[in-house]
Design a protein around this ligand. Structure first.
Ligand SMILES: NC(=O)c1ccc[n+]([C@@H]2O[C@H](COP(=O)([O-])OP(=O)(O)OC[C@H]3O[C@@H](n4cnc5c(N)ncnc54)[C@H](O)[C@@H]3O)[C@@H](O)[C@H]2O)c1
Length: 343
């Protein structure tokens, strides 16, 4: 008797640009998927796809994707302003959707997508890549296992001197990553957001942003985003009551360092020196998997479609992130005034 596995999911990728071409590569490789169509507005992008994958249909028209019954899953990596309309049309046509970050540019749009996905019974997942990064998986484990103690605060930097976008500002371009990680690690939503930034290169499009998320129980996340910086930095530092953890994604190997450092409060101490005891313990560099995060993300999408499980970065998680970004955008426009995150 020959055993056959489940049929591969027939996938279309929309947007084969700098990032979308990675989705094309991944869905062409993964066993649980069959890449059947690629859609992009630009002919040269499609010519590259045709050369690498001659069996895959290419098109410049999005209607071809939503109308083709052979397409079961749609991966959207087009411009951010297109995400809502394209994701909605795909879900309404009964397709499963993996939409790149930012999920949408307005909370009302993200709410609508969550609703349509629920009504259609289709999978809606957002490309919050870092949630699938083995280092973030490790950090989350360190939090849930109690190793870091009570997580107090985190700060992260996503800095670059590189691509300056004109379709998104630095907040909406880089921010979804760090906001998604903060919400994931604290397992909470911030109540208030403040953000300050400046547009140095293009009028009205901020290049540099400093965002602070204020969570319940005085937890805090501070996020520095910029595409106008001498350093290429991708670093998150989490400070807990027992340990401190640093995730540096620019490190080729030792991406996580766990510092057994902290200040122990000893209420029974007789002297002030003993009351606050500073601990300088060892530094541990844990070993964990090195699988490409995008592979893990795409595999998770396929698994969720197959089993009906809820993705880690489902529509509800994406909506939370969009609400926070919208509050940060409002604070930016109010010159850093605190803005309540509307749930
Ligand atoms: N998850 C991540 O780590 C990550 C990294 C980079 C970019 N992204 C996101 O991926 C998306 C794409 O980013 P990019 O850097 O590849 O941009 P890009 O400008 O290089 O590519 C976008 C592509 O989409 C195509 N496109 C736009 N509108 C379309 C439409 N209506 N129909 C078909 N094709 C259309 C464009 O022709 C272009 O080729 C953005 O939302 C970006 O924020 C995510």
């Amino acid at each position: 008797m020959t055993m056959t596995g489940p049929e591969p999911l027939r996938v279309a990728v929309v947007g084969a640009g700098e990032w979308g071409k990675n989705h094309v590569r991944m869905f062409a490789q993964l066993k649980g998927a069959r890449l059947v169509m690629v859609c992009d507005l630009e002919e040269p992008r499609l010519a590259d796809v045709r050369a690498a994958h001659p069996d895959v249909r290419v098109t410049t028209r999005y209607e071809d994707v939503v109308r083709d019954p052979a397409v079961e899953g749609v991966v959207i990596a087009s411009f951010a302003a297109q995400h809502y309309d394209q994701a909605r049309r795909a879900l309404e046509a009964g397709k499963h959707v993996l939409v790149e970050k930012p999920m949408t540019l307005a909370p009302g749009e993200a709410e609508a997508l969550v609703r349509v996905a629920r009504q259609s019974g289709r999978c809606l997942m957002v490309g919050h890549l870092l949630l699938y990064h083995p280092a973030v998986v490790k950090m989350k484990h360190l939090v849930t296992s109690g190793d870091v103690g009570e997580p107090f605060y985190l700060y992260s930097q996503r800095l670059n001197l590189g691509r300056v976008r004109n379709d998104e500002n630095a907040l909406w371009s880089f921010g979804p990553h760090d906001v998604a990680v903060a919400v994931h690690l604290f397992d909470a939503e911030p109540e208030v957001v403040t953000a300050k930034g400046e547009a140095y290169l293009q009028p009205g499009i901020v290049d540099v942003v400093f965002v602070t998320l204020h969570f319940p129980q005085r937890k805090m996340a501070h996020i520095h985003l910029s595409w106008l910086d001498p350093h290429k930095t991708r670093r998150t530092t989490l400070v807990g009551s027992r340990k401190m953890v640093v995730f540096d994604d620019m490190e080729p190997n030792d991406k996580i360092r766990i510092y057994d450092k902290g200040v122990d409060v000893r209420p029974q101490a007789v002297s002030y020196e003993d009351y606050l005891h500073v601990r300088f313990g060892d530094i541990l560099i844990p070993h964990f998997g090195t699988t490409e995060p995008l592979r893990l993300e795409c595999q998770h999408f396929l698994d969720c479609v197959r089993t009906g499980a809820t993705p880690l970065s489902d529509g509800a998680h994406g909506l939370r992130v969009v609400r926070i970004l919208a509050a940060a955008q409002k604070s930016l426009e109010l010159d850093g005034a605190p803005v309540t995150v509307k749930g």
